[in-house]
Design a protein. Structure first.
Length: 170
């Protein structure tokens, strides 16, 4: 074996996912959902509370949640009780019900936005981008999880998809 060969072996980079939790993330438990929701209510972050409640109610993927327009949830200036969204990934419609708590948090958020017609529900502060990115949404989710004292590497944006499967107590 030559010296260059052993040097190359020593200089190998470690895999990007070494020591990281990869694969499917676990869903949030009802207790964790309530914990995060209570923290968001105390912090008075209207956008984050509306986004969190909508993520739980709708079970939408992050890419579909950030692309929601105000018109998708409102008709005639009022929030709908139910909404139907066409998924970007599958092209299939998804219908979901908005709970009273979610409608109230979205109304509070819409009061901050002021402009209603045709805009994205969660607009970006970057002028070139019409809505927040899915990456930004993932950062926000990790902040929520971390603020609740949970391991943010164990939860992701898909943790909301299954958080309320078969549970009526959320």
């Amino acid at each position: 074996m030559s010296k260059t060969h052993t040097l190359q072996q020593d200089q190998r980079q470690s895999p990007w996912n070494k020591g990281r939790l990869v694969g499917q993330k676990r869903p949030l438990k009802p207790k964790e959902v309530w914990n995060i929701r209570a923290r968001l209510q105390i912090e008075a972050g209207k956008r984050d509370l509306a986004m969190f409640n909508l993520a739980i109610d709708s079970k939408l993927r992050g890419c579909d949640l950030v692309r929601l327009k105000i018109d998708d949830l409102c008709v005639g200036g009022r929030l709908r009780d139910r909404a139907t969204i066409i998924q970007k990934k599958t092209g299939r419609p998804v219908q979901f019900e908005l709970t009273e708590q979610t409608r109230a948090s979205i109304e509070d958020w819409l009061a901050v936005l002021k402009i209603r017609d045709g805009r994205f529900l969660f607009p970006s502060r970057v002028h070139e981008q019409p809505h927040i990115s899915t990456r930004q949404y993932a950062r926000i989710v990790h902040d929520w999880v971390k603020s609740a004292g949970l391991d943010d590497s164990a939860y992701g944006t898909h943790s909301f998809d299954a958080a309320n499967e078969g549970r009526a107590d959320l």
